[in-house]
Design a binder for this molecule. Structure first.
Ligand code: CP3
Length: 339
């Protein structure tokens, strides 16, 4: 297996900078769309042979140095008792959002090996044949909680913040339940064979630093401490660059960055105890080859002082992206970083 990605996570020397792309399996790939013509997104997630196939597509097509399990951060909420749908136009929709104490009490603890056996099976298929490390993942409890409370994506997260500021006891109850479930889910992914874990905290940036430090970060810390040294953990908190010191205190081995910060500044802030992942603006892939190559070079240079650097976009690749541009970026990272 090509271990370059894992070596960079741990801060060991590598021959070149490894690269993968958030949302690398998805709607910008014709091969993915072909499978999606026949099955809806949830069915795809729940069919191990197909989920394994789309997990591997970007490894073969783009030449990336890691694969990420094909699933979604909301997959583990279904067995908690949540009615989940992925709408073509609205994204995830939850038909029974939770707001009251009773609604929270009715949510269930999950048994991942039983309730999410399709995920475990997908991982087992993959680790048998994949030539690059496989990244497992989960949403950060706060990010998952926003979906459960709002019922989907939101603009100002008023329901979530109302619960936080008006019914703290209920909010914490919900966070604890999600955290316990996330720990057992991630530990079962690790037992099945994933080589690293990424925690997606897409909505961390809507919180004040005080609320983030008190009501989101402690739960992420609990997860990272439960994982211990078994596999490297990447913590990606989106739109949260003003809170880098707090994010570092999570004890994650790798900190993921969005594009809103100069990578060299982030490295100065974060120091030498962590590796860095990021942080090309996904929209740069709509520029000329020359522009892409220049911006890749800038990030590689900015990251020279990092303990370890994993190249990635600053958020998920957009469905409108041309596959050729993604391939071009991966090649540019490999060529320009060769040592
Ligand atoms: O390739 C990969 O990165 C692995 C699979 C993956 C998906 N979602 C597949 C997916 C991962 C790691 C996720 C994480 C995820 N899901 C996050 C965190 C990362 C981020 O983008 O901030 C969030 C917030 C979600 C929730 C979610 N799922 C949304 C908001 C949407 C709809 C909007 C969108 O981006 O498509 C989804 C659907 C989804 N998840 C798709 C895929 C491939 C599209 C489904 C389809 O129509 O085929």
């Amino acid at each position: 297996m090509n271990e370059t990605f894992l070596r960079a996570c741990r801060g060991e020397k590598t021959d070149y900078t490894p690269v993968w792309i958030m949302r690398q399996a998805g709607r910008y790939l014709p091969e993915y769309l072909k499978i999606r013509e026949k099955v809806d997104f949830l069915t795809l997630c729940k069919t191990p042979l197909l989920a394994a196939e789309v997990t591997m597509q970007p490894v073969d097509i783009l030449g990336v140095d890691a694969a990420i399990l094909f699933s979604d951060i909301l997959i583990p909420v279904e067995p908690m008792g949540i009615k989940l749908e992925f709408s073509e136009t609205k994204g995830p929709v939850i038909h029974n959002p939770v707001k009251t104490s009773d609604e929270i009490k009715r949510l269930k603890n999950i048994n991942p090996e039983k309730d999410l056996s399709f995920v475990i099976e997908t991982i087992k298929i993959l680790v048998g044949k994949i030539k690059v490390p496989l990244i497992g993942f989960a949403g950060a409890p706060f990010t998952v909680a926003t979906y459960l409370i709002e019922g989907g994506t939101s603009k100002n997260f008023l329901h979530t913040k109302k619960m936080l500021y008006q019914s703290l006891k209920e909010f914490l109850q919900l966070m604890e339940l999600i955290t316990d479930n996330t720990i057992s889910y991630l530990l079962s992914q690790i037992r099945a064979g994933v080589h690293a874990i990424q925690i997606f905290d897409t909505w961390a940036g809507i919180l004040t630093p005080y609320d983030f430090s008190k009501y989101s970060l402690p739960f992420v810390k609990k997860i990272i401490s439960a994982i211990g040294n078994s596999v490297p953990v990447i913590y990606f908190a989106f739109n949260a660059n003003s809170m880098l010191e707090l994010i570092k205190s999570s004890s994650a081995e790798v900190i993921g960055l969005d594009w809103r910060i100069e990578i060299s500044n982030a490295i100065e802030n974060l120091g030498k105890d962590v590796s860095i992942q990021g942080n090309l603006d996904p929209c740069i892939l709509f520029g000329t080859d020359e522009l892409i190559r220049q911006r890749v070079a800038d990030i590689l240079k900015g990251a020279e002082k990092a303990r370890g650097h994993i190249f990635n976009l600053g958020h998920g690749i957009l469905p409108q992206t041309s596959v050729e541009k993604a391939i071009f970026m991966v090649k540019a990272v490999h060529e320009l970083s060769r040592r």
